[in-house]
Design a protein around this ligand. Structure first.
Ligand code: HEC
Ligand code: HEC
Length: 287
C-alpha cells in the first residue's frame, strides 16, 4: 500500500471542485489532459522532476495514440494505459521498459526512440496517472487549450524566438487546421516525431534532419544527412545519395554535426508549463 499524507485532504477537497468544473467545460474529455497536482505527485511518492519530464515526453511521443490522459482513444480499448497491468504493477520501469522500448510493431505501436532514462521518466508519469485514477481527488484536469493565445503570441515573437525561424503567415500558416490540439502540441514539442523520425535518409536533408560535414586529412569535405555517429565511425549520405562511412580516430577526420532541431530541444528545457499551454492555445488559432 502507498502512504497518503492526511494533510493533503484539504487540498484534495479544493481539487475535487475544480475537477467537476473543468470536466464540464471540456465536454467530451478528449481534449482534457489529466495532470498530477503537486499533492498527487507527493502522495504517489514519485520523483516530481521525473514525473514532469515524463509528462512532456508522453505528450510529445505517446498521446496521439494513447490519449492525453493515457486513458486511451475512443473506440480502442487496448490503448488505455491507466488500467494496464504494465503500469499498475510497474516498479522502476522494470515492467514498462520492454513494451515502450520495443513497441508492439505487429499491433501498430512503433519502437520508441526514447533513451532508457527518458523511458523511466515516462514510466514515472504513467504510474502517477494510474495512482490518480484511483485517487481522483488529488487530481485536476487541464485542458491543452487552457492557455492564453495572446500570451502565446507574445512568447512566439519574444522570449520563445519562434519568429526567428518560423512565420505564422508562411510555414506555420494554417497549422491549426492541419492538426488536432493534442497533435499540434506534439508537433512543436517534438517536431519530426521525436529524435528518431527525421525523415528518410537521402542526399537531400529534410528541414528537421541532422546533417554532418566530414573534412578528410586531404582537405576533401563530404557532407549530407547524418545516418549514424559514435566515437569510432560516422556514416552519412553524400550529395548523390550514396552511403559513406568513415572511421574516426580522435579528431581525424574533422566532424561537424549540424542539428536544426537543437533550438527546439533547447526550448524544451526553458519553457514553463504556462508557456507551453499559451503556445499551443496560440498555434491552434492559426487557421
Ligand atoms: C502509433 C500509435 C502508438 C504510439 C505512438 C505509442 N503506442 Fe503504445 N500502444 C499502441 C497500441 C495500438 C498498443 C496495444 C498493443 C496491443 O494490443 O498489444 C500499445 C500498447 C502499449 C503498452 C502495453 C499496454 C498493455 O497493457 O499491453 C504500453 C505500456 C504502451 N503502449 C506505452 C506507450 C508509450 C509510453 C508510448 C510513448 C513513448 C507509446 N506507447 C506510443 C499504440 C501506440
Ligand atoms: C532555430 C530555428 C527554430 C526555432 C527558434 C523554432 N523552430 Fe520550430 N522548427 C524548426 C525546424 C527546422 C522545424 C522542422 C521543420 C519541418 O519539419 O518542416 C520546426 C518545426 C516546428 C513545428 C512543426 C511544424 C509542422 O508542420 O509540423 C512547429 C509547430 C514549431 N516548429 C513551432 C515552434 C515554436 C512554437 C517555436 C518557439 C517556441 C519554434 N518552433 C522555434 C526550427 C525552429
Amino acid at each position: 500500500m502507498r502512504y497518503v499524507n492526511p494533510a493533503l485532504l484539504g487540498a484534495a477537497f479544493i481539487a475535487a471542485i475544480s475537477v467537476s468544473t473543468a470536466a464540464a467545460q471540456t465536454g467530451s474529455g478528449e481534449k482534457a489532459t489529466i495532470s498530477a497536482t503537486p499533492a498527487a505527485v507527493t502522495a504517489s511518492r514519485e520523483d516530481a522532476a521525473a514525473v514532469a519530464r515524463g509528462g512532456t515526453l508522453f505528450a510529445a511521443n505517446c498521446a496521439k495514440c494513447h490519449g492525453a490522459t493515457a486513458k486511451g482513444m475512443t473506440g480502442k480499448d487496448n490503448t488505455d494505459l491507466v488500467r494496464s497491468l504494465y503500469v499498475l504493477d510497474d516498479e522502476k520501469g522494470i515492467l514498462l521498459t520492454p513494451p515502450i522500448r520495443d513497441g508492439r510493431p505487429d499491433k501498430g505501436m512503433p519502437k520508441s526512440t526514447l533513451t532508457d532514462a527518458e523511458i523511466l521518466d515516462v514510466a514515472a508519469w504513467l504510474r502517477v496517472q494510474s495512482y490518480g485514477a484511483g485517487h481522483r481527488t488529488t487530481y485536476t484536469f487541464l485542458d491543452v487549450l487552457t492557455g492564453d493565445p495572446k500570451k502565446g503570441e507574445a512568447y512566439f515573437n519574444g522570449a520563445g524566438k519562434c519568429n526567428t525561424c518560423h512565420s505564422v503567415t508562411g510555414d506555420l500558416k494554417g497549422i491549426g487546421s492541419r492538426y488536432s490540439p493534442q497533435q499540434l502540441q506534439g508537433r512543436w514539442l517534438a517536431p519530426g516525431g521525436g529524435r528518431g523520425g527525421r525523415g528518410a535518409a537521402t542526399g537531400t536533408p529534410s528541414r528537421s534532419q541532422r546533417t554532418v560535414t566530414v573534412t578528410l586529412p586531404s582537405g576533401e569535405t563530404v557532407s549530407g544527412p547524418l545516418d549514424r555517429i559514435d566515437d569510432f565511425s560516422v556514416t552519412l549520405h553524400d550529395a548523390s545519395g550514396a552511403f559513406r562511412s568513415f572511421t574516426r580516430n580522435g579528431d581525424v577526420p574533422k566532424v561537424v554535426v549540424n542539428d536544426p532541431m537543437k533550438a527546439h530541444s533547447d526550448l524544451l528545457r526553458t519553457y514553463t508549463d504556462a508557456d507551453m499551454h499559451n503556445m499551443t492555445a496560440y498555434l491552434v488559432t492559426l487557421k
